[in-house]
Design a binder for this molecule. Structure first.
Ligand SMILES: [Fe+2]
Ligand SMILES: [Fe+2]
Length: 331
């Protein structure tokens, strides 16, 4: 079974009890762990997988929205969407750089993505057939990402936590630009409102799935919580997201497509209907509508960029040789 969403941990450890206890003591004292600090192999591997998966999600996430840049309805919308998609590329870069501090290379991570070994968030395996989807993605998908990422700003691994602080600031712009698109449609003509409702119908459940399996089926969670990589469980974050988003849908006059959604006075939050976990696992395992297209697009980008990587390496080497020659001449 894989861990999905942006969450997961490896429990395997070979280190001495003493070493692990000393490490845990640092974690419990809320000390940040930095790249050259001693750390359990399981901690390192968990972060490599999680940060790599997160980076891949940012980059693959550019595809469904990039699809609409040339068709954005106004210049203002086009400029905002372009900026948003570029931000996501930047997020991917910070995160690849954070993962590289743990001893993996970006090439290795990319190979794992292209071979299917590394996962990315399944939400990007759903198509974006209408303009309303661009609004809904900002509102719901970036909104769900924020719930996850705010908690990650306090992650015990320093480089990851610091990358998250900047990313979260940009995500809140993404969420608002999406909400504004949906608001414009929801307050527009009956056809526009219908477009917004149809999009909410398609994205609501996949957005809830972004938080990963239910706590009762989440294999990696406990160790990640103990290491303070994760601060909240999948279900806790999902509930926070639902509680924040349902009033936004009501404000828009849109209907959340869950007949079992009900305010629960006692817990001060919403109860929701059962998530279709069969669909979740189907998409995770590669059978979503867009899995094949997304990987094909990434593979093409990687292949098309080969000459740029080669040219940059050749340039770096030439410069190094020139500097060496100049140094020798000066000696
Ligand atoms: Fe992002
Ligand atoms: Fe975003």
């Amino acid at each position: 079974m894989y861990a999905q969403g942006l969450i997961g941990a490896d429990g395997e450890t070979k280190e001495s009890g003493e070493f692990l206890a000393a490490f845990q003591k640092r974690i419990d004292a809320e000390e940040k762990i930095e790249p050259n600090d001693p750390m359990p192999e399981g901690y390192r591997k968990t972060l490599v997988r999680q940060i790599g998966q997160h980076a891949h999600s940012e980059i693959v996430g550019m595809l469904p929205e990039g699809n609409w840049i040339t068709r954005a309805p106004t210049l203002r919308r086009k400029a905002a969407l372009l900026a948003k998609v570029q931000d996501e590329g930047g997020h991917g870069l910070y995160l690849y750089a954070a993962a590289e501090t743990l001893g993996v290379t970006r090439e290795q991570m990319t190979e794992e993505l292209l071979s299917g070994k590394a996962k990315y968030s399944s939400i990007f395996n759903y198509p974006t057939p209408t303009w309303a989807d661009i609004g809904t993605i900002g509102w719901l998908v970036d909104g769900a990402a924020i719930m996850n990422q705010i908690a990650l700003c306090r992650c015990s691994y320093g480089p990851y936590a610091r990358a998250m602080i900047r990313i979260c600031k940009e995500e809140s712009f993404h969420q608002r630009q999406g909400y504004e698109i949906v608001m414009t449609l929801a307050k527009g003509s009956p056809e526009q409102k219908e477009l917004a409702q149809d999009s909410l119908n398609r994205w609501w459940w996949p957005s809830l799935m972004m938080f990963g399996p239910s706590d009762r089926d989440s294999v990696h969670s406990e160790q990640s919580m103990a290491w303070k990589i994760k601060r909240f469980s999948n279900d806790e974050l999902r509930d926070k997201f639902i509680n924040a988003t349902v009033p936004q849908a009501e404000y828009l006059g849109l209907k959340v497509p869950d007949p079992d959604l009900k305010w629960n006075e006692e817990k001060g939050g919403y109860d929701h209907g059962e998530i279709d976990w069969d669909e979740f696992w189907r998409v995770v395992k590669g059978h979503g509508k867009m899995n094949r297209d997304r990987i094909a697009a990434r593979k093409k980008a990687w292949d098309d960029g080969a000459w740029v990587r080669e040219a940059a390496l050749a340039h770096a080497e030439k410069r190094r040789n020139r500097q060496d020659a100049a140094r020798h001449a000066a000696e």
